[in-house]
Design a protein around this ligand. Structure first.
Ligand SMILES: Nc1ncnc2c1ncn2[C@@H]1O[C@H](COP(=O)(O)OP(=O)(O)OP(=O)(O)O)[C@@H](O)[C@H]1O
Ligand SMILES: [Mg+2]
Length: 268
């Protein structure tokens, strides 16, 4: 059998953080995930289980303790630069307070060395996409929290990345904006065929968006459930099939938490 390498391979990934006067904090257990190109993979897991840590390692911002991540055939580390264009939408907006909205979105495009016309065009398109066309000349602190998060989403999408790492990008938004942006997000994904890792706490959101869904356990994080979502796009948020799936994933999630709790009690 010929084994072709996945687009993103996470093998035996283990991450611990040293702690003063205590054993290291074991964050990622022994994580194995293989992601095919073009997937929209949602990652669900309890708060503090290591989802953001995982994205940081994939993005080359932090190194694993042991194990490895390979992206498009190359090992990822803090010391190597990937050929893959990676976009990130962090959990917090992380905008530069002294730059206007326009200049926040433009910054990574300038760093890519794009011509000015192209930058202007992308800034305009992606700000319009997140509903902020009129706020291009505002400073971040003149915007609401949800608006700042939308700027951060525009910045992440504007580089038109090959791989997008999105860390709860919609969780700070009101439900109506989130709904609209989810639909746009799926549309962009379907049009571009790029690979997306999408961390969320919202099971309904995960089910609505993803082509595949990963549930990971509490620290140390390992895979509990890895499930394809085959309902074709465009999906309706109120689709019965999606509701059924949401219900069963919610039950799985609760079962997982109970199991982890029991394991912790037994090892105490
Ligand atoms: N740089 C760091 N140094 C020490 N500990 C860290 C560091 N980064 C994260 N941790 C710890 O690792 C654990 C996992 O953190 P992480 O931010 O990855 O969780 P998460 O799954 O993204 O949680 P949430 O859903 O709440 O965002 C936490 O206990 C956190 O305190
Ligand atoms: Mg996080």
């Amino acid at each position: 059998m010929i084994m072709t390498e996945s687009y993103l391979s996470i093998d035996h990934l283990h991450k611990e953080f040293p702690r003063r006067g205590d054993r290291p904090l074991n964050v990622l257990g022994d994580l194995d995930v293989h992601v095919e190109e073009g997937a929209l993979l949602s990652i669900l897991g309890p708060s503090g289980c290591g989802k953001s840590t995982l994205l940081n390692i994939i993005n080359g911002l932090d190194d694993a303790t042991t194990g490895e991540v390979r992206l498009a055939g190359r090992k990822v580390s803090t010391r190597t630069r990937s050929d893959v264009k990676i976009g990130v939408v962090f959990q917090q907006p992380r905008l530069l307070a002294w730059r206007t909205v326009r200049n926040n979105v433009a910054l990574p495009l300038q760093e890519m060395g794009l011509p000015k016309d192209e930058i202007d065009d992308r800034v305009r398109r992606y700000l319009a996409l997140v509903g902020l066309a009129e706020f291009a000349d505002y400073y971040p602190l003149q915007l609401s929290g949800g608006m700042q998060q939308r700027v951060s989403l525009a910045r992440g999408l504007a580089i038109e990345p090959d791989l997008l790492l999105a860390d709860e990008p919609f969780s700070a938004l009101d439900e109506f904006s989130a709904r609209r942006l989810r639909q746009e997000f799926v549309r962009i994904w379907a049009e571009t065929g790029k690979t997306i890792l999408f961390v969320t706490h919202n099971i309904r959101e995960a089910v609505f968006l993803s082509s595949r869904l990963l549930v990971i356990t509490d620290r140390p994080a390992r895979t509990y459930l890895d499930l394809p979502v085959t309902v074709p796009h465009p999906r309706k948020p109120e689709d019965d099939l999606l509701f059924e799936l949401e219900k069963s994933v919610t039950e799985d999630f609760m079962r997982m938490e109970e199991q982890v709790r029991l394991e912790k009690e037994m090892t105490r």
